[in-house]
Design a protein around this ligand. Structure first.
Ligand code: ZN
Length: 168
């Protein structure tokens, strides 16, 4: 299978802002497991790794702040998360506390200020209303919404053909 050179349409349509801070960063969720985005899909410059606290809305659950190391392009302010890695982390987050949530549609909205996020982890709280005080929506989002289907690895994840058009 050969992926077509993809054009990247911006898909953010919602205007209601969730985080209280000024929107910052652009975001892309990469659904192609074999494309590691060592260069930026927008400007072609090399990317580097940087850790973010991503703010994610999960249907029938609510908001989650998830610490995640992503690819990042400084000139484009573009955060690139790999869908497979992100969903593995989500599965891990929910396996013990709310397994019924696994597989629900989700949306990655923005970032939470990392320092504040770490402090709130220290207090062991799920109070996202607090986190929203330190959250910033993305300015522009690509591939905003994923239609569910994420599963624990031990179940069907590896055999579910979720990824179309992967390059190999
Ligand atoms: Zn770039």
């Amino acid at each position: 299978m050969v992926a077509k050179k993809k054009r990247i349409p911006a898909s953010k349509t919602a205007t209601n802002q969730i985080g209280k801070l000024t929107p910052r960063f652009n975001f892309i969720l990469n659904p192609y497991g074999h494309t590691r985005l060592s260069s930026c899909p927008l400007c072609q410059r090399p990317t580097h790794m940087r850790k973010f606290a991503l703010l994610i809305y999960i249907e029938k659950w609510g908001l989650l702040a998830l610490g995640k190391t992503c690819r990042y392009c400084t000139p484009c302010e573009l955060i690139m998360a790999h869908r497979d890695e992100l969903e593995d982390e989500l599965v891990r987050s929910f396996e013990s506390r709310a397994p019924e949530v696994i597989g629900n549609p989700y949306t990655v909205f923005g970032t939470v200020d990392k320092q504040r996020w770490k402090e709130s982890l220290g207090r062991c709280t799920d109070r996202l209303s607090d986190a929203l005080e330190y959250a910033a929506d993305f300015k522009k989002v690509f591939n905003l919404k994923i239609q569910g289907g994420w599963q624990p690895a031990k179940k069907s994840r590896r055999i579910t053909p979720l990824r179309g058009g992967a390059t190999d």
